[in-house]
Design a protein around this ligand. Sequence first.
Ligand SMILES: *Cc1c(COP(=O)(O)O)cnc(C)c1O
Length: 353
Amino acid sequence: MKAWEKNFRKVEPYTPGEQPVFADMVKLNTNENPYPPSPKVAQAFALLGNQAGKCRLYPDFKAEVLVGALSDYYGLEKNQVFVGVGSDDVLSVAFLTFFNSDKPILFPDITYSFYDVWAQVYAIPYERPALDENFRIRREDYYRENGGIVIANPNAPTSIAEGLEFIEDIVRHNTESVVVVDEAYVDFGAQSALPLLEKYENLLVVQTFSKSRSMAGMRIGYAMGHPGLIQAMNDVKYSINSYTMNYPSLVLGTAAVEDEAYFKECCEKIIKTREWAREVLGRMGFSCLESSANFLFAAHGSVPAKKIFTALRERGIFVRYFDKPRIENYLRITVGTREQMERLFYALSEILR
Ligand SMILES: *Cc1c(COP(=O)(O)O)cnc(C)c1O
């Protein structure tokens, strides 16, 4: 070992979902939206083509157009909104800003697998209370002393959402720490914790353009909370990299927020396809947890998930498989278009024959 290597900050990195590029593949492995972003985004994209000269200048570090569009949309003040490079960036800044206690932060044993990676890289102590046997969060696990709480709602990869009363109960029991609610999938039928912001200064709600707004490639996420929380996050952010939001993402993100009708229509389509797909999978011998997200978490009654995953992959159909305790017999299947789901079902009917 080289002398300097002893001083490296070592981490076990997060493993992102595979991003294969094959002609004619069916990509249902990273919960992207199967529909294109709003036509308003496409128009704004075309206009950007004439403005390459803008690259010369630094972007607005306050991201005011985008913060303004989001605060208008959600009926908040501008000082209640923080924007970042995907919600991964937003969550990472939140971890670094709020979780600086000797007490452990808490999040479920089965949840978004980036949380333990951030906790490790920032040397934040953490504990992971186990979900119950039905993969539900046990609220009592979050009544003890802690340095902060992170709840994904709907949870990933389980797809299960808890109601507003449940989230409020956790926030109310934790007035001494910051409670982060990661709502990456909230637009697919769950209740947002946003109405609680009026009552609780320690609540941070995080959302993203990657799933419901079809813009994973632009990398836009945001957090909403009390001005004190947002200010603290901005102070940390400006101490690392002030100019995180590039010019195109500011323009295109704003265009997306301004097309509510299209956004709602896409979410509705996905919810419809999800319910139909859940039924079809049920007839094929899968049990799917009840989903409030744009994916299904499914286990087959007799065939191991890993075997199905591999066989689908050979047919150019990508779903997500986690080789982890408790969930090693589940597949996480993104809800695609009806046509994509039909190709999945056809392949499954061959595999399960
Ligand atoms: C997809 C996802 C995110 C991050 O998405 P970004 O593309 O970085 O906005 C955050 N949390 C959960 C639970 C997710 O599934």
